[in-house]
Write a new protein. Structure first.
Lengths: 400, 400
């Protein structure tokens, strides 16, 4: 096993948009304990440890449903990350000759599956431009809709600079303009906001929504979910095929969502850890109460981050959102490539940030990133103000 | 969190074909420790923790390659379980109007994706029958091959009764009969044998091979791999699309396997645990030395299991393999449905076994299972002989 190159040094982790660190202790301990004492595979045996695993998974579905105000826990399928969840949703609902409208701010986990369907000639795709802050305007987005439009795919917030999209306004506009049975479906990738900002699939008329467990969801890596509105379940087609523990005599996947989308052995220890993380994070509060407070903290942290960055001459903030809601920023440093800057911040200052294009193919032209991408700083609820001060001091030194 | 219904009781776990339990302590500890101290996302940042994650993943590929005698570590892509790996391989290589030959013994993780392609009219599928022990005969399998046959899919061993298929003989026969560039591809699902029995993709001329990490591989849940022979890499098409940390400016997945098959955030803590498990299991021995010894132990355990089952009047052994190589058995008890038997064994004797069809749709008719399936007993390297004695005593009581 390769040994950790930096076992004992100070670490200022500012890469929360990739994954939360540290995870709540209870997440790791629950996962460890479940693996050590039970480890039973879910729903495929008649013994009680196996049924216990099934009960954990059922409760996790209920918990997630509450966090996004879904009507029913059976609208949640569980996946190994957000990418697999988004692929399942996109391939699961789009049919031949559908038209899809999306934005240039999307992550490659949305752009690449859509582009793939387009190159196969199976869908038509319109990518609506975004402004210099990476935000899509509601008017042009709605104007791109045609009678053939089956889906509008808009992320909740961009992973490159934390800009929050007007998802609520878009959802309401769609619901206002179209009868329920003719409305284009709204799909939202909430990878950067689930667990950080409130979202309601009900109020925002979102039909499909995906998120990882390991970012704002406070869970371990290896977790993610897809929400699909119940009235669509009969139209879904699975894209992953295998054992489901049900209808085993059939060569077809079960017809019922979510089990139709959950082939193969579930990672129950990780799901148990995720459930513990969600419960611990909100304490006794309701998810909405917790998320309202979390949005407030997030906004303050974002303001404090951008205030420090704005003050450093030589640092160019890329795509600065007008409305700062998430503590994620992309910057460029005059005369220093982003990858070099990330390396120096790590080796000289113990500060971990990310450089490059951040798996987003199209947003960079709009926000005017350097060709090699940006230096991305992303904070989490455990980030302290003195860590931001140390970041500012390090960047100031780099700009000298 | 639902509480464990049976926290302190004695547990005789005989469901190793679903997942290994207990996992080696070092697997859980490595995973816990990696999550606690690093948790950096792999290959997507310029900082050292992230590069350390990349080094672990690279070493895991090399380790797995050695266990199956693959030529190159870059022939291994990593997945969240065996089902996702098999789907990636099957959808990744089969093209329109291909003919596929498979066996009635396969798990639904092979049968269902193939059946799906058949119902779409994209492939033609021939399912070769198996004998009363679940074994496929080489002659009829080869006879089913037509000039249009692109793939022969044969599992290494059946999860229902542990029968080992003549994969080596099949691979050699294909290599003997066809020129290298016209040979049907051999795909093998080694879910029940990886880590238990030796297998060589080289000697057995296997072109695609998949396995989970969490069974014989001694790893945690949430892990699996796919092997694809290098000469096929240029023909592969991804079926999962998203961020790869490379070529982010492109709307297409990277062309190079394995990264073309690995979209989304990798579960590095689990992969680190798996690597530790593989290394710990083989100690200082080579994988082949370890697997040769393991096959021997496995054979003895299988003999001891079947000897006990054969001796109980009232127990009908289903599909008893002629050659006992894996300690997996399916049984039926006169007058007692399998699900009831599993429930009683659990609640009265603390013995955990599985009932039903075990996610295998077609083998049961051949081996003459009861309509509601079988009671499956599956042992692992940690199973003790006195546990088999207790199983035998409990079954004897059930048959009274």
């Amino acid at each position: 096993m390769p040994s950790d190159p930096t076992p004992d040094r100070q670490r200022i982790y500012l890469d929360h948009a990739a994954t939360r660190f540290p995870k709540p202790q209870i997440v790791l301990d629950t996962m460890h304990s479940f693996s050590q004492h039970s480890e039973a595979a879910m729903g495929r045996g008649a013994y009680r440890s196996s049924q216990h695993a099934g009960a954990i998974v059922a409760q996790l579905r209920r918990e997630i449903a509450q966090w996004i105000a879904a009507e029913n826990a059976q609208e949640i399928s569980l996946h190994s990350n957000c990418t697999t969840a988004l692929n399942a949703g996109i391939f699961g609902i789009l049919g031949d000759s559908d038209h899809v409208v999306t934005t240039a701010a999307e992550h490659n986990s949305v752009l690449r599956p859509l582009h793939h369907l387009e190159t196969l000639g199976r869908i038509q795709l319109t990518v609506v431009p975004v402004d210099r802050t990476g935000r899509v305007a509601v008017g042009p987005l709605l104007a791109a809709i045609t009678p053939a439009t089956r889906m509008v795919a808009v992320m909740h917030a961009a992973n490159v600079n934390g800009v929050v999209q007007p998802i609520d306004e878009i959802g309401r506009a769609l619901a206002d303009r179209y009868p329920a049975d003719a409305k284009p479906l709204l799909l939202s990738d909430t990878a950067q906001t689930f667990g950080h900002l409130p979202i309601s699939v009900d109020q925002s008329h979102i039909d499909l929504l995906a998120a990882p467990g390991h970012k704002g969801g406070s869970g371990p890596l290896g977790t993610g979910f897809l929400y699909v509105r119940r009235r669509l379940h009969s139209q879904l087609r699975p894209s992953l095929f295998g054992g489901t523990g049900t209808h085993s005599e059939s060569l077809q996947m079960p017809a019922e969502y979510p089990s139709s989308f959950e082939a193969g052995n579930m990672n129950v220890p990780a799901l148990a850890g995720w459930l513990a993380g969600l419960q611990e994070t909100r304490q006794q509060a309701s998810p909405l109460q917790h998320l309202t407070a979390s949005a407030d903290e997030s906004q303050h942290l974002a303001a404090d981050l951008y205030k420090r960055l704005d003050a450093i001459s030589g640092v160019r903030v890329i795509g600065r959102p007008k409305d700062l809601q998430l503590p994620i920023a992309s910057i460029a440093i005059d005369g220093l490539p982003a990858s070099d800057a990330a390396m120096i911040l790590d080796s000289e200052f113990g500060i971990e940030v990310r450089s490059g294009l951040h798996c987003a193919a199209l947003i960079h032209q709009a926000i005017d990133s350097p060709p090699d991408g940006t230096l991305r700083i992303s904070c989490g609820s455990t980030t302290r103000r003195d860590e931001l001060d140390q970041l500012a001091a390090a960047l100031t030194e780099l700009c000298r």
